[in-house]
Write a protein that binds this ligand. Structure first.
Ligand SMILES: Cc1ncc(COP(=O)(O)O)c(C=O)c1O
Length: 419
């Protein structure tokens, strides 16, 4: 199987490094150290369609990162792009919002079973707003986080040792482990009059670690503790939203969040996020000052309406699950044949995987992923992956073939481990 070369990618990165800090900053580039070795990865895309993308060297990839989530209906989906193009002709960023903002809010609140929707741009905008609302409504300051969390890059989400963050940004943070109800009870007892909110993703999809689903009764117990202690329950559904259930992941796991944050899969890549909430917090949401130059732009609303309607019409979450299960089964079959300790965790629609190593050596896993990428499967070594509506059984089977060859090569390269 041919492996890729990246001449133009490297040239473009050299140009980027001169005019853009880190060349490609954040998790979409090699700057955070997650593309190891970086020589295996493309840096710049030329075009994308459905579940595939082509980089600037013309290399074709089957893409399981989906833009780290937004690609949910398929790149360049004709229905979503068509709705956006129609709206472009009517106007986008206007002096008063388009009436379709109301259409989108009605569709979204009915879909996720909440009473109101407030639109922003990024995931971090809505997690930040949720915490501000909780603090305003309760008059309290502390935030309970679940270890391994990621809720964006705003100062309140950071640790004091993070560059650019100061202690005062983090001094109201409390930390509990995932699925640890006893730990949560203890934290609440110790900080009884100070806690504004508990914020968590619907299941533990931290990076670099096996993902964990909620234990039986976990969310129901969290819900009760929050209700009993006047703590606002915020679900960060930015990554998992619309991939487990179109009704929101709180409903999927059988409980009700007070505030729920959506972003990535909301509009198939068009730039909109949403905070949805219960009636009792609507007044607070309307009182806390919060807005932005582009937050009421109409094109993403049009795209979001088309996107949600298409996901509904195609029973999208069942498709994501079926495709994820097919891929997991294929990869596990190869791993078992080669005696490789592959662990696949999390829901199939957002599977996480890693080659386990008794010495906690991450290098073999990185090497396997790099061999997959060099052969045309775009996956990462530290993050969950994503299914989208345009994914097909044929593409899954091709992926299994490529990843199996890459696994065999990795095994052959390491007789000291895989005897
Ligand atoms: C769970 C979760 N919360 C919040 C965010 C932040 O979203 P954004 O990068 O759009 O600000 C992300 C982004 O990856 C996320 O996965």
């Amino acid at each position: 199987m041919k492996t890729y070369t990246y001449t133009k990618n490297v040239e473009t990165m050299a140009r980027a490094g001169k005019v853009i800090p880190s060349g490609v900053y954040g998790h979409l580039g090699p700057a955070e150290g997650c593309m190891i070795p970086s020589s295996a990865y493309p840096f710049f895309v030329e075009r994308a369609k459905g579940s595939e993308m082509w980089d600037v060297d013309g290399n074709r990839f089957i893409d399981f990162m989906c833009g780290y989530g937004p690609n949910v209906t398929g790149y360049c989906d004709p229905d979503v792009d068509g709705a956006a193009l129609e709206q472009i002709k009517k106007g986008n960023c206007t002096s008063i919002p388009s009436h379709i903002m109301v259409d989108f809010a009605e569709l979204l609140t009915a879909t996720v079973k909440k009473d109101w929707a407030f639109f922003c741009k990024n995931g971090g905008d809505v997690t930040t707003f949720a915490v501000m609302i909780a603090r305003y409504y309760t008059g309290k300051k502390k935030i309970i986080f679940v270890n391994n969390y990621y809720h964006g890059v705003a100062p309140w989400t950071q640790k004091p040792d993070s560059p650019g963050t100061i202690w005062e940004d983090c001094c109201n943070a409390l930390y509990v482990d995932w699925n640890d109800i006893e730990g949560l009870k203890k934290i609440i007892a110790e900080n009884k009059d100070d806690i504004a909110c508990f914020i968590s993703t619907p299941y533990m999809h931290g990076n670099f670690v096996d993902n964990e689903l909620p234990a039986e009764g976990y969310w129901q117990a969290v819900r009760k503790l929050c209700t009993d202690n006047g703590i606002i329950l915020i679900v960060d559904d930015i990554r998992a939203g619309f991939r487990l259930s179109l009704e929101g992941s709180d409903n999927y796991f059988g409980f009700e969040a007070d505030l729920i944050c959506f972003c990535k899969a909301l509009a198939n890549g068009y730039n909109v996020s949403a905070l949805c909430g219960k009636e009792f917090l609507k007044g607070a949401a309307g009182t806390v000052p919060y807005t932005g130059s582009y937050w009421m732009s109409a094109v993403p609303f049009a795209a979001g309406i088309a996107n949600i309607n298409k996901l509904k019409a195609n029973d999208a979450c069942a498709h994501f699950k079926a495709m994820g299960e097919r891929l997991s089964a294929g990869l596990m079959k190869t791993a078992n044949e080669l005696n490789v300790p592959l662990i696949i965790s999390g829901p199939p629609a957002l599977f996480y995987m890693r080659i386990a190593d008794k010495n906690n050596n991450f290098l073999i896993h990185q090497e396997w992923i790099a061999e997959c990428v060099r052969r045309g499967v775009f996956i990462t070594n530290h993050h969950n992956h994503f299914m989208n509506l345009s994914m097909t059984p044929e593409l899954i089977d091709e992926t299994v073939t490529i990843c199996s060859e890459a696994m065999k090569i990795t095994v052959d390269n390491h007789p000291e481990i895989f005897k």
